[in-house]
Design a protein around this ligand. Structure first.
Ligand SMILES: *[C@@H]1O[C@H](CO)[C@@H](O)[C@H](O)[C@H]1NC(C)=O
Ligand SMILES: *[C@@H]1O[C@H](CO)[C@@H](O)[C@H](O)[C@H]1NC(C)=O
Ligand SMILES: *[C@@H]1O[C@H](CO)[C@@H](O)[C@H](O)[C@H]1NC(C)=O
Ligand SMILES: *[C@@H]1O[C@H](CO)[C@@H](O)[C@H](O)[C@H]1NC(C)=O
Ligand SMILES: *[C@@H]1O[C@H](CO)[C@@H](O)[C@H](O)[C@H]1NC(C)=O
Ligand SMILES: *[C@@H]1O[C@H](CO)[C@@H](O)[C@H](O)[C@H]1NC(C)=O
Ligand SMILES: *[C@@H]1O[C@H](CO)[C@@H](O)[C@H](O)[C@H]1NC(C)=O
Ligand SMILES: *[C@@H]1O[C@H](CO)[C@@H](O)[C@H](O)[C@H]1NC(C)=O
Ligand SMILES: *[C@@H]1O[C@H](CO)[C@@H](O)[C@H](O)[C@H]1NC(C)=O
Ligand SMILES: *[C@@H]1O[C@H](CO)[C@@H](O)[C@H](O)[C@H]1NC(C)=O
Ligand SMILES: *[C@@H]1O[C@H](CO)[C@@H](O)[C@H](O)[C@H]1NC(C)=O
Ligand SMILES: *[C@@H]1O[C@H](CO)[C@@H](O)[C@H](O)[C@H]1NC(C)=O
Length: 683
C-alpha cells in the first residue's frame, strides 16, 4: 500500500467519529448574565487560569489552576479543571466551591442553563447534572447523549444511538413541547435558549424549534454546515459561519443584527438572556453587544480582559464512536473524494486574479525605514536583510533589501533570486501566501516590499527563548497549532497545484511561515523558488538550496528536486509544531552540550510506536482526551511527510485533506463531513 493510500485510510477512520455540541456550551468564555459579568480562560500564561470582567473591574479567580471549559448561568459560573477530574463553581462574589472530584470518571463537556449545570463524562455519553432537583427531571439514567445543552428552565440532549432529541427540566410543559417538535429530526447536536432550541441535523442543516414570538426561529439562510457555533438567548439566536467566523443573529425583535460585528470574526460565541459575547480572532479579545448589554447596546463593547484562549480542541468522539449511525462511514467516503475535486476547481479560478505589484522609489523606502535603521531590522531572508517600515500612506510593510556593495561574486545569484521572486509573487494571490506589495530597482538596489505580518514567524513563537513564556502561548493550544499547519499547507498546495506554472518553494521551514494580525499563517520567502516542473516530473536545479534540518534527504543526496521536497520541509515543520523542538536541537536540552539531534530522528520512532504522548510539546499542557485523535492524525501526516523517498510521501492535497480532518475533529466533528455536503450543494 502506498503512503498516499495509507494516509487516506487514516483520514476515513478519523472522519467516522461523530459529533458533539456546538460551540455554545464547552467554551473558554462564560457569561453570568444576571450581573453582566464575563469570564475567560486566559491565554499567554503557563497556567490556564480564569479572569473575569464586571463593570470595568478585572477579577482574578482563585484557585489559579488550569481549566478546560467554563460556563455561566444567571448568578454563578463553573469550570472543569484541566483533565476533567474536578468541577468548581463560583458564586456572585467569586467564592469557589468544588462540586465534583473524581479521577476515575472524567468530565468532558459542560453546560450551564439558568440554574442547572450538566456535564458529559468519559463513561460513554452518560450525563451528570447538579443544582436543580435532578433526579425528578432527568430522563432515565441509561440514556446516552452525544450533546446536551441547558437553557431557561429546561435542558435537551441528543441521543447517541437514535440521534433523537429529549428534553427535560422544571418547565416540563415547554420541555415536552420542544421535544415533540423535534420528534422527526435526526440531530447531530443541540443548543438551548430561553424558549427555543437549535441544532444541526445529520446533513448539517440548522433546525430551530420552540416559540417564535420574536423571530428566534427565523433562520436567515441555511445550507449544509453553513454554521458552526451557536449562542441562544432568551428570545434571540446567533450563529457563527463555519467558512469565516462571521456572526449572524436573528430574533430578539431584530435588535441583535448590529454593524459592530461586521468584519469581526469569532472563534466562539456565548449568549446571556439579551446580549451576546464573542471571542474575536483578530486579537482574542471579547466583544459584547445586544440590547441587554449595559450602557450602549448598538456600539458593542470590547472588554478590557487580556487575551483569551481560543476554544478547546474538542470532540466527544470517545463516548460515541461505537454507536455512530452505521451508514455514515460510507457516506463520508463518497463525499470525501468529491470534496477534493470541488476544492480544486474552486481554487483553480483564483489564480486568474493577479494583483500587479507597484514600483516604489528608493527614497520612499529610505523614509519608510528610517534609512534602514537597526531598530527597524526584523530579520534576514534568502535574499537579504528584512526591515519593518511604514509607507507614506500608513501601510505597514516588511521590506527586503538585497545585499549590495562588494559582494559582486554573489550578485548574479542574488539578482536572479530578485527577478524570480518578483515574477512569481506578482502573479500569486492567495490568502496563505505573504503578498508582495511592491518592489524597487534603482542602480544596485533591489528591494521587495511585502505586507507586514504583525505576529512574526512561527519559528520565533516555537523556539525563541524570549517568547516562550509570553505571547507565544496563543500557540499553546493544539487547535491553533493545527490551524497554522493547515493554513501553511494550503499555501504550499496552491504553489504546487494551482500556480501556473507550478512552483516548488525549496525552503519550507518554520521561519518562513509568518502569522498575520489574525494569526492566519502565510508562507513567505520565495527567493529560492524556481520554476517548478510539470506535475511530478523531476527537476534538476543548478545547485542545492534550502536550510539544514529541513532539506529533503533525497534532494540532498541525488540533487533531485520535486514538489515532494517541500512536503519533507513541511513534515519537519509539523514535527516542530507537535514537539516544540527545533529542526536540529541539542539532545540534552542545553545550549552548548549534547549531540545535535534532528527532530525527525527524535519524533518519528515515537509516532511509529504509538507513543506520541512522550514527545508532545509540554507547553501546550497535557493532552486532553478529546484532543488525542486530532493530534495523532497530525503526527501520522508528519511521519509520512518525512519518508526518505519522495514517492512514499503524500502530496499536498492529501496533506491538506488530512489536516482539515484534524481541525474538524478539534472544532466539531460533525464538520468532518461538511465539505462533502457543501460540494454537493454547489453542484
Ligand atoms: C458603562 O460605561 C461606563 C463608562 O463608559 C464604563 O465604565 C462601564 O464599564 C460600562 N459598563 C458596561 C457594562 O459596559
Ligand atoms: C479529590 O479526590 C481525590 C481522590 O480521588 C482525593 O485524594 C482528594 O483529596 C480530593 N480532593 C478534594 C479537594 O476533595
Ligand atoms: C475515564 O478516564 C479515567 C481516567 O483517565 C479512566 O481511568 C477511565 O477508564 C475512563 N473511563 C472510560 C469509560 O473510558
Ligand atoms: C412527524 O412525522 C409523522 C409521520 O410522518 C407526522 O404525522 C407528524 O406530524 C410529524 N411531526 C412533526 C412535529 O413534524
Ligand atoms: C414555561 O415556559 C413558557 C415559555 O417560555 C412560559 O410561558 C411559561 O410561563 C413557563 N412555565 C413555567 C412554569 O415557568
Ligand atoms: C436536514 O434538514 C434539511 C432541511 O430541513 C432537510 O432537507 C434534510 O433532509 C434534513 N436531513 C436529515 C438527515 O433529516
Ligand atoms: C418566525 O417568525 C417570523 C416573523 O417574526 C416568520 O417570518 C417566520 O416564518 C417564523 N418562523 C417559523 C419557523 O415559524
Ligand atoms: C452603526 O449603526 C448605528 C445605527 O444604525 C449608527 O449610528 C452608527 O454610526 C453605525 N456605526 C458604524 C461604525 O457604522
Ligand atoms: C463570510 O462567509 C459568508 C458565506 O459563508 C459570506 O456570505 C460573508 O459575506 C462572509 N463575510 C465576510 C465578512 O467575509
Ligand atoms: C483588540 O482590538 C480592539 C479593536 O481593534 C481593541 O479595542 C482592543 O483593545 C484590542 N484588545 C487587545 C487585548 O489587544
Ligand atoms: C436584559 O435582561 C436583564 C436580566 O438579565 C434585565 O434586567 C434587563 O432589563 C434586560 N434588558 C433588556 C433591554 O431587555
Ligand atoms: C542613509 O545612510 C547612509 C549610510 O548608512 C548614508 O550614506 C545616507 O546619506 C543616509 N541617507 C539619508 C537620507 O539619511
Amino acid at each position: 500500500m502506498s503512503a498516499a493510500a495509507a494516509i487516506i485510510t487514516l483520514l476515513l477512520i478519523a472522519a467516522v467519529s461523530p459529533a458533539h455540541a456546538l460551540g455554545g456550551s464547552s467554551s473558554t468564555i462564560a457569561v453570568i448574565y444576571g450581573s453582566a459579568t464575563v469570564c475567560g480562560i486566559v491565554a499567554e500564561q503557563t497556567t490556564r487560569r480564569i479572569q473575569c470582567w464586571r463593570n470595568d473591574q478585572l477579577i482574578e479567580i482563585s484557585p489559579a489552576i488550569s481549566f478546560d471549559y467554563i460556563a455561566g448561568g444567571r448568578d454563578n459560573f463553573c469550570g472543569v479543571k484541566s483533565g476533567g477530574s474536578a468541577l468548581l463553581c463560583w458564586d456572585s462574589n467569586f467564592i469557589s466551591k468544588r462540586i465534583y472530584n473524581s479521577s476515575s470518571v472524567l468530565l468532558q463537556h459542560l453546560t450551564f442553563g439558568d440554574n442547572q449545570i450538566c456535564a458529559l463524562t468519559n463513561v460513554s455519553g452518560s450525563v451528570r447534572c447538579w443544582r436543580d432537583s435532578i433526579s425528578a427531571q432527568f430522563p432515565s439514567g441509561s440514556e446516552q447523549f452525544r450533546s446536551i445543552s441547558s437553557g431557561l428552565g429546561f435542558s435537551c440532549g441528543v441521543s447517541m444511538i437514535s440521534n433523537r432529541v429529549s428534553c427535560w427540566g422544571t418547565n416540563s410543559t415547554l420541555a415536552s413541547n420542544i421535544q415533540s417538535q423535534f420528534v422527526n429530526e435526526s440531530m447531530l447536536d443541540i443548543a438551548v435558549g430561553g424558549n427555543h432550541a437549535c441544532g444541526l441535523n445529520l446533513t448539517g442543516f440548522l433546525i430551530c424549534k420552540g416559540i417564535n414570538d420574536s423571530g428566534q426561529l427565523n433562520i436567515p439562510s441555511n445550507s449544509a454546515f453553513e454554521y458552526s457555533g451557536l449562542a441562544l438567548g432568551a428570545d434571540h439566536t446567533c450563529a457563527t459561519r463555519k467558512s469565516n467566523g462571521s456572526v449572524v443573529c436573528w430574533g430578539g425583535h431584530g435588535m441583535f443584527s448590529s454593524n459592530v460585528t461586521e468584519g469581526v470574526f469569532f472563534d466562539s460565541i456565548v449568549a446571556g438572556l439579551n446580549f451576546t459575547c464573542g471571542l474575536t480572532t483578530r486579537n482574542f479579545s471579547i466583544l459584547c453587544w445586544g440590547p441587554g448589554w449595559p450602557n450602549n447596546s448598538f456600539s458593542g463593547f470590547v472588554l478590557s480582559l487580556p487575551k483569551i484562549l481560543p476554544g478547546p480542541c474538542e470532540s466527544t468522539c470517545d463516548c460515541a464512536s461505537n454507536n455512530s449511525p452505521p451508514s455514515r462511514s460510507s457516506t463520508i467516503r463518497r463525499q470525501g473524494s468529491r470534496a477534493l475535486t470541488m476544492r480544486r476547481q474552486r481554487s483553480g479560478t483564483s489564480s486568474k486574479h493577479a494583483d500587479k505589484a507597484e514600483e516604489l522609489s528608493f527614497s520612499d523606502l529610505v523614509a519608510a525605514t528610517n534609512n534602514f535603521s537597526l531598530e527597524n531590522k526584523i530579520g534576514a531572508g534568502s535574499f537579504g536583510v528584512v526591515y519593518r517600515g511604514k509607507l507614506w500612506d500608513g501601510r505597514d510593510v516588511a521590506i527586503k533589501r538585497g545585499e549590495t556593495g562588494l559582494k559582486m561574486k554573489k550578485f548574479q545569484e542574488k539578482e536572479s533570486a530578485f527577478e524570480s521572486e518578483l515574477a512569481f509573487l506578482s502573479r500569486l494571490h492567495h490568502k496563505h501566501l505573504v503578498k508582495l506589495v511592491g518592489y524597487c530597482e534603482e542602480g544596485d538596489e533591489r528591494l521587495l516590499v511585502y505586507e507586514y505580518m504583525k505576529n512574526g514567524a512561527l519559528y520565533d513563537h516555537l523556539h525563541d527563548k524570549n517568547n516562550v513564556e509570553k505571547s507565544s502561548s496563543i500557540l499553546n493550544s493544539w487547535k491553533m497549532r493545527i490551524k497554522i499547519a493547515l493554513d501553511a499547507s494550503r499555501g504550499i498546495e496552491y504553489l504546487h497545484n494551482y500556480a501556473v506554472p507550478p512552483i516548488i518553494h525549496r525552503d519550507i521551514k518554520s521561519s518562513n511561515i509568518l502569522l498575520d494580525s489574525n494569526w492566519v499563517a502565510r508562507v513567505s520567502d520565495f527567493g529560492l523558488s524556481l520554476m517548478g516542473p510539470e506535475y511530478d516530473r523531476d527537476f534538476r536545479p543548478m545547485k542545492a538550496a534550502g536550510t539544514v534540518g529541513y532539506i529533503d534527504p533525497e534532494y540532498y543526496g541525488l540533487n533531485v528536486l520535486t514538489t515532494k521536497s517541500d512536503v519533507y520541509g513541511l513534515g519537519v515543520v509539523l514535527l516542530e509544531l507537535l514537539t516544540g523542538k527545533r529542526a536540529i536541537f541539542k539532545s540534552d536540552g542545553s545550549e552548548n552540550g549534547g549531540a545535535p539531534t534532528s527532530v525527525v530522528d527524535f519524533a518519528v520512532p515515537a509516532i511509529m510506536a504509538g507513543e506520541m504522548g512522550k514527545i508532545l510539546d509540554k507547553r501546550v499542557g497535557p493532552l486532553e482526551v478529546h484532543e488525542a485523535e486530532a493530534v495523532e492524525l497530525v503526527g501520522y501526516v508528519a511521519m509520512h511527510c518525512v519518508n526518505l523517498e519522495g514517492k512514499d510521501r503524500p502530496n499536498m492535497a492529501d496533506i491538506v485533506a488530512n489536516l482539515e480532518r484534524a481541525l474538524d475533529l478539534c472544532d466539531d466533528s460533525h464538520g468532518s463531513i461538511s465539505s462533502g455536503q457543501i460540494s454537493i450543494a454547489s453542484e
